[in-house]
Each structure stands twice: as C-alpha cells, then as structure tokens.
Ligand binder design. Structure first.
Ligand code: HEM
Length: 526
C-alpha cells in the first residue's frame, strides 16, 4: 500500500498550496488553529491521561504534528516497515492521523483476526481513496461487502478460482510453466554462463498470458494489438502496462485531498488528468479484448473461461462496465501477486544455497527423473515451507486494503468509534516477535513444525482473512509452487555478485523487488 508513501513528493503535493487562492490559505489557517486546539485538548485531557490512569479506552496514539498528523513521519519511509517499528513502541494496536483521517493500525494476528472475523459486521466497508474512485474501481477487492460484492465474489470463485475451476484450467498452467522453463533454457544456451537472466520478465509475460486465457479464453494480445478506440497499435509490454502496472501504481497514487476531505472542492488538475488518462486507455484496451471474444461467443464458439461463464450466468443483467471491471480485476490481481511471490522466493533460494539444496534434494526424491507436477505438491513438504515463508517475509499486499468502521466497536480491548479507518499491517502481523522466532530471517524450516497443518493455506496473514480473505489463494499456491519446483529442478540458482541485498519497491499497491531479480541459472543434469 503506497497510501502515504512519498505523498509530499508527488505533483499533487501540498506544496501546491502556494498556488491556490488566498481563501484556501485562510481556511487552512482556521482549520490549523482548530486542529492545534483540539490536539492539545485531546493530549491534555484525553487519551494519554486515560492511559496513565488505567481507564484507557482508546488505542495508544503515535504523536504527530497538528493538521498533518503523522504524514511527515511516513514520508520517504516504507509504510509497512514504519508501522511495524511503531508496533514495537506502542503495541500491536495504535492510532495515527493522516491529515483529517483517524487510522487505527493493527499489527498482530490476534487483533487482525478480531477485525477481519469477529468484528467484521462493524468493519465491512472499504475506504475509497480519490485515486480508486477516479479509476472507477468497481471491483471485488475495493467494494464494500454488499449484495454486489457477494454476487461478484461467488462468480469469480465458481468460474475461475475455486478448486473445480482450477482443475479445468490445468492445461493453461502446465503450458505456462513449460514456457517459463523453456525461456530460462533458451537464455542459458544463448548466453555466457555468468550472464544473469531477468527472471521477472520471463515470468511476467507468461503469467499475464495465463491470466488472459483464464479470463477471456485466449491470449489474443500476441506481440502487439491494434486498439481501435485509441487508434494505436500497442506492444504486449504496453498492454501489460496499461492493464496491470499503471493501475497498480495509479491506485496507490496519493491525492492530498484524501487527507483533507474538507478541501475536496479544490481542483487537483494534474492528479485528475493523470488518473483520467490511465482510465481511458485501460477501458479501451479492455473493450477491444472483450468485444473480440463476444464476437466469438455470438458465433457459437464457447471456451471454458471466466468471460463465457459470466456471460452465461449474468450476461443479461450485468452492466457492461461491471462485466469489464470483473474480467479486468482477475488480470490485474492475478498477474502481479504471483510474480512478486515467485520472484522473492527465487531470490531467497538463490542467496540461501543451503535451503535451495534441501528443496532440490526433496524434489528429486519425490520426482526422480520426471518433471515435477502439481500432484506431487503434498509429497514435497519443503516446497510448501518455502512458499509460506516467502509469503510471511514478503507479503505481496503488506497492508491489506483499508477498511472503514461504520458502527462503534471494540478491537483489542479498545473502543473504536465509527468513522475510523483500519489498516491491517499484514507484514507487521507476520513479523510480530511474540509469534515468530527471529521474524526478520527467511527460514522455511519454521513451517516444518508439526503444529502447522500441511493443508492450511492461511499459515500467515498474507492472504488476509475472514469473509474478505483472498479467493485466489489456491491459484497463488499452485502456480507459485509449481514454478519454484520446476525452476529449482532444472537449474541451479545464484545471484549476480553485488545483488545480494534486499530491495523493496512499494510505490504500487503491491510490494515487489525494487529491481528485477537478475540471477545466474545453470542447467542441472538429472
Ligand atoms: C500469492 C498470491 C496472492 C496473495 C498473497 C494475495 C493476497 C490478497 C490479500 C491480502 C487480499 C485482501 C484480503 C483482505 O482484504 O483481507 C486479497 C484479496 C483478493 N484477491 Fe488475492 N492474493 C493472491 C493471489 C490472487 C489471485 C491469483 C487472484 C485472482 C486472479 C486474487 C484475487 C483476489 C480478489 C478478487 C480479492 C478480493 C477479495 C474480496 O475483497 O472479497 N488474488 N488477496
């Protein structure tokens, strides 16, 4: 979640206050005075005194500045790291202020589960940022829990992500994994042995192809495509950018008005134009891709994919814009989360040869000279340990999409009033020292402990929880684990010297390696 990150460096930075009219400056002056007064009164008479007297009913407050609250402390920092550091000082639940927004941050599995499961009915709404509204993100992940959300979630599970649907899409996954391994083999053959390969590039294009096939029936993008509404031919990379990369960075874009809703009426032209342009391009690309397939469906040619099934089930009742959004969401979320996880897993295995060898030996014991396949997953215990440890240490969504308290409730024993936003720091839960031994270390062996149920997909908080838990967990597991197993079975992995350090990019809605993994792959003989 890049919600706060770099907020003051963006074009829509409050420094643009310099150019807004005098009247706004005056309003800000009044608001500041009011906020300063309120801040001092609260600190003198409210929460801190309550804390000291032991009658506290509000979570501890991270001190910030009047008016802007904690925004400056979050600038230039990786938000989920800062949240986890504050948890060490203020405890697993505390509150911060981002401008006018009150946000309660949760950093332990217990309190996160309380919010996601036990108290769900009080916290079932999502917080919509201006960027999300502008991107018309009428998609499952950003919707409040209501009838539309229920209907959309049911369809994506039944037709794409549930166990039955996943079985039907098996052939696509097998082809995709073969293509990844072939890509690595081609690199190894055509280049000197110490020439590193950009693993993300190979994986990303293949997973994008898989997402298109599952959603639309075919990967019709090829190497380029003419987009009629734009009057342009876009390359595959450009289409990936329009459908996946731009919305991920755009959704994380900070509009300062999110933090100062009373100034919502002030125009922020650069932000609106930037997001608006992204939206037009995305809609035009989706229109071309969907209309092509609708022609196929009208000609009586059916394919077992999400679009065909959704058209059959809801085609007459679902507005075209909703249909487009639901199809697009699977391409968006399905493409990046898996790439991020698989890339971090291969990075950790490449720099921890002891764990890589362990995994390789176990794969060989189970598969011998045969290719690893999904059926062998339960036999290779260490693969599951590598997967869960990667998700624990590098959750693709380090902070789950913001939720909104719509009815007064309690969390972790504290009163939480309606109107509060809830940030669940999944990274913080996964790094909680009270739950995990040496949490900063990437150590798959921790999941070999018999206390873990081998079939439990939710050993960490990385898929979220409760009614909004990720419905793509099974697909995430099957693709990531098969990709890891085949990559380790066929190649020895090592890092390009000097690339051992961890680097993280959180300027998008997901957290990924800042620089693509450049890795030396040496084919194994087996
Ligand atoms: C390793 C891979 C993945 C991880 C770690 C992951 C993680 C998450 C997380 C943390 C959430 C938010 C949960 C919450 O709010 O509590 C989420 C929601 C969601 N994910 Fe995933 N995800 C992964 C893969 C996928 C895939 C492959 C798809 C589908 C193509 C998918 C589709 C969704 C959808 C539709 C939601 C919204 C659910 C709702 O709000 O009801 N995810 N995911």
């Amino acid at each position: 979640m890049g919600l706060f990150v770099e907020c003051l460096d963006k074009p829509n930075h409050p420094k643009h206050f310099l150019v807004i009219p005098l009247v706004i400056t005056l309003i800000i002056g009044f608001v500041s005075m009011f906020t300063i007064l309120k801040y001092y009164l609260t600190n003198r008479t409210g929460r801190n005194n309550n804390l000291l007297s032991g009658t506290c009913s509000s979570p501890p407050v991270v001190p910030g500045l009047p008016l802007i609250g904690n925004l400056l402390q979050l600038k230039d920092e990786i938000t989920h790291h800062t949240f986890a550091n504050w948890a060490e000082i203020y405890g697993p639940i505390y509150s911060i202020k981002a401008g006018a927004s009150n946000i309660v941050v949760l950093n332990s599995t217990d309190v996160a589960k309380e919010a996601m499961v036990t108290k769900f009915s009080f916290i079932s709404k999502r917080k919509q940022t201006n960027a999300m509204n502008k991107l018309k993100n009428n998609i499952i992940i950003t919707r409040d829990s209501n009838e539309y959300h229920k209907m959309a979630r049911r369809h994506v599970v039944t037709h794409m992500l549930g166990a039955g649907a996943q079985r039907r899409h098996r052939a696509h996954r097998d082809i995709m994994i073969d293509n990844v391994v072939n890509g690595l083999n081609a690199h190894a053959k055509e280049n000197p042995m110490d020439q590193p390969v950009n693993f993300r590039r190979i994986l990303q294009t293949e997973i994008f192809g898989l997402a298109l096939k599952q959603a639309l029936g075919v990967d019709s993008v090829g190497s380029s495509k003419y987009i009629e509404g734009l009057g342009e031919t876009l390359s595959r990379d450009e289409i990936f950018k329009v459908l996946v990369l731009d919305p991920l960075s755009g959704g994380a874009e900070v509009d300062w008005r999110d933090f100062f809703p009373y100034l919502r009426w002030v125009p922020n032209k650069s932000f609106e134009m930037h997001i608006g342009r992204m939206e037009i391009r995305r809609l035009e690309v989706m229109k071309t891709l969907i209309e092509e397939q609708q022609k196929r469906i009208s000609s009586g040619q059916e394919i077992n994919c999400y679009l065909d099934r959704l058209m059959l089930a809801e085609g007459k009742t679902l507005a075209k814009t909703h249909l487009t959004m639901l199809i697009w969401e699977t391409i968006l979320v399905g493409s990046e989360t898996i790439v991020d996880t698989a890339e971090f897993a291969m990075y950790e295995l490449a720099r921890n040869l002891k764990y890589q060898d362990h995994l390789y030996r176990e794969i060989q014991k189970v598969c011998g000279n045969n290719k690893y396949t999904e059926e062998q997953f339960s036999g290779v215990t260490y693969l599951s340990a590598v997967f869960h440890e990667t998700l624990r240490r590098h959750p693709p969504f380090p902070v789950s999409p913001l939720r909104y308290v719509h009815e007064d409730t309690q969390l972790g024993g504290y009163d939480i009033p309606a109107g509060t936003e809830i940030a669940i720091n999944l990274y913080g839960c996964n790094m909680d020292k009270r739950q995990w031994d040496s949490p900063e270390e990437w150590k798959p062996d921790r999941f070999l402990d018999s206390k873990y149920d081998p079939n439990d997909l939710y050993k960490t908080m990385s898929f979220g929880g409760g009614k909004r838990v990720c419905p793509g967990a099974l697909q995430g597991l099957s693709i990531t684990c098969t990709a890891i197993a085949r990559c380790i079975q066929d190649f020895k992995w090592s890092l390009k010297p000097g690339r051992e350090e961890e680097d993280i990019n959180t300027a998008t809605l997901t957290s990924q390696k800042l620089n693509p993994l450049l890795v030396i792959v040496t084919p194994r003989d087996y």
